[in-house]
Design a protein around this ligand. Structure first.
Ligand SMILES: Nc1ncnc2c1ncn2[C@@H]1O[C@H](COP(=O)(O)OP(=O)(O)OP(=O)(O)O)[C@@H](O)[C@H]1O
Length: 592
């Protein structure tokens, strides 16, 4: 998408609001035409050159009326502007957020969270700015045309002589905006780097401390801060320099005007009123050129913002950004599409899940999984095992659509799953990741994640199944205990079982656990599996584990090595046939 198309799409999102805004600001910019003419009449009245005779008080009344009228227009103009701007930027942020939430969960954003936030904030603001300034350019062009016509009719030669040098000075200064734009892009880049570093630093305080890396981290941060300072300084200096050229060009024009007008006034072809009109309009004409320049700068910055926002889309078309959607303002009904979609997919009981030829390679490392075949019959307990880095997590994530689609097919009861990312969610499946992700909220909210507490049974049941009920009793406020950022107030095992309870509180046909037991002792893990089976005999489980507790229960075990299936079968079969399995099995025995 070109920058112009992007601008146009944003305008076309709310065309009536844009038009209303453009009309208002055109009226605001045209408004000074009247007081200019009244001022001219005033001075011409004093020198006896007036064509209309309103008298001094009449002219004062007209000036007052024009000032009040313009004030009113400006107030309305701000209302229309804010309304339009808000909708435009909200559309961008809404679409961007929706896109991120629809991405394969394991790779939702291509940059650090802090950097993504800076795109959400600054690049959207920049786009909003450019569209909003297009309105001003239109209004000021109308003013320039009308005032130019009036001035040329009074004295064409004076108009050209006074305005041409100003146009030249400002155009030359405008050319310098190319450099300004470069500086602006650099300062923006430096700012997002600093924001990204802050967010990573805050998220990793413990890791920094235990590595004794405080000083080095601070030094690195200081270097980034210093780069940002230099970039910002260049940006500000250039901006101020250009602004001063633009604002001083009015004085330059007034000087020229006085020099030229003197001779003309002596010869009687130019009145004092004409002079006042020229001086009065001069400010606005200069403003016109300045603002056109500003618009060009904003437009160029908008193209940088468009590039950065498109990068966040990770290959999706930039059209995603401007797709017209409701913002649900003023009590508009929420789009029912999600509920409809969810209702349409009746949770067909899982009889058999088949995976054929599933492959995925990470683009940067080329590592991943190759040609995986799996069959999970209803009520089965399948364990994926293998050495570190053999591809267990990648297999689970590919199957659940948490990574971009690779090769292979997945069939649910014989029916191909077209979009695993949306399909593998409750009520079809529930998943606990290897690293539990918790919010800084209450334990209850972390488990429910907005799901209504259905009956008096389901939450306590899920806590019991996750072997969490004792822990809740010992927490200061039970389920209403706030767990701290990323769940820091919980132990590793508690955090994992909270994630398990989050999964179990959702009714699902397929339960997927990625190394759930890594922070659990053998006894707790034993209880967890027992309760799991008591509660949901029919549930199908796919579990990543290298622990005997899980391996011994498995109906079927798949051993991965370097992304491929090395062996599969029951534990008894594999102990006989697979050296990798024997190593894992006895390794766990040694640990126990
Ligand atoms: N985001 C990523 N980008 C690039 N390569 C990755 C990424 N994640 C994992 N890999 C690589 O893919 C391979 C499989 O990783 P995966 O996390 O699936 O292994 P695993 O068997 O789950 O390991 P572990 O037992 O340590 O959890 C590894 O070689 C790893 O380095």
């Amino acid at each position: 998408m070109t920058t112009f198309q992007y601008l146009w799409k944003l305008i076309a999102y709310r065309p009536m609001r844009y038009t209303l805004n453009a009309v208002m600001w055109t009226l605001i910019y045209l408004a000074p035409i009247a007081p200019g003419l009244v001022t001219k009449e005033f001075f011409d009245t004093l020198t006896g050159h007036a064509k209309l005779d309103y008298g001094v008080w009449g002219l004062i009344a007209l000036l007052m009326a024009a000032a009040i009228g313009r004030m009113m227009l400006i107030i309305i103009g701000f209302i229309t502007d804010v309304n339009f701007r808000f909708r435009m930027s909200m559309l961008l942020r809404r679409n961007l957020l929706e896109h991120v939430l629809k991405q394969p969960g394991a790779q939702a954003i291509p940059v650090a969270p802090g950097e993504a936030i800076s795109h959400f904030r600054d690049d959207v603001d920049q786009s909003e700015e450019a569209v909003s300034w297009s309105v001003d350019v239109f209004g000021l062009t109308c003013f320039a045309l009308v005032s130019g016509y009036i001035l040329i009719r009074i004295d064409a030669q004076m108009t050209l002589l006074v305005f041409m040098p100003i146009v030249l000075v400002i155009t030359a200064a405008q050319l310098a905006t190319v450099r300004l734009q470069k500086y602006r892009a650099a300062s923006r880049e430096a700012t997002s780097k600093v924001t990204g570093e802050i967010s990573e630093m805050f998220g990793n305080v413990q890791a920094i401390q235990v590595a004794g890396a405080e000083r080095r981290v601070i030094e690195r941060f200081a270097r980034s801060g210093d780069n940002r300072r230099k970039a910002m300084l260049k940006d500000k200096l250039m901006g101020e320099l250009l602004d001063s050229v633009f604002s001083n060009s009015v004085n330059l024009g007034t000087g020229l005007l006085l020099l030229l007008a003197g001779a003309k006034m002596r010869s009687g072809t130019f009145t004092v009123g004409d002079l006042s009109l020229f001086v009065y309009y001069l400010t606005f004409v200069t403003q016109f050129i300045t603002n056109v320049g500003k618009f060009i700068t904003y437009f160029k910055q908008m193209s940088v913002s468009l590039q950065r926002l498109t990068f966040l889309l990770q290959g999706a078309s930039a059209k995603v950004l401007t797709m017209a959607r409701s913002l649900h303002l003023k009590g508009e009904e929420a789009e029912p599409e999600h509920e409809v979609a969810a209702a349409a997919v009746a949770p067909a009981p899982l009889e058999k899940l088949e995976v054929n030829g599933l492959s995925y390679a990470y683009p940067d490392t080329g590592r991943g999984i190759h040609d995986i075949h799996l069959t999970l019959p209803r009520g089965s307990f399948t364990v994926i095992t293998g050495t570190i880095g053999s591809g267990k997590t990648t297999l689970i994530r590919s199957l659940l659509g948490l990574l971009p689609t690779g090769e292979g097919t997945i069939r649910w009861n014989g029916v191909p799953v077209e979009d695993p990312g949306t399909f593998f969610a409750p009520p079809h499946s529930a998943y606990t990741a290897q690293v539990p992700r918790l919010y800084s909220d209450t334990l209850r909210n972390n488990i429910l994640l907005g799901q209504p507490e259905a009956g008096p049974e389901s939450l306590p049941q899920a806590l019991h199944a996750a072997v969490m009920e004792q822990d809740v009793q010992h927490l200061a406020n039970g389920l209403d205990t706030v767990v701290g950022p990323r769940g820091v107030k919980l132990s590793g095992g508690q955090a994992q079982r909270t994630a398990a309870a989050r999964m179990l509180v959702r009714d699902a046909e397929l339960y997927v656990f990625d190394d759930l037991s890594s922070a659990l002792d053998v006894e707790t893990e034993q209880k967890l599996w027992e309760r799991m089976f008591e509660r949901r005999r029919e549930a199908t489980c796919l579990v990543v584990s290298h622990r005997k507790t899980a391996l011994a229960r498995a109906d079927h075990i798949v051993v991965l090595k370097e992304g491929r299936i090395e062996a599969e079968g029951t534990s008894a079969e594999l102990l006989h046939s697979s050296p990798t399995f024997r190593e894992l099995w006895h390794g766990d025995e040694r640990k126990a």
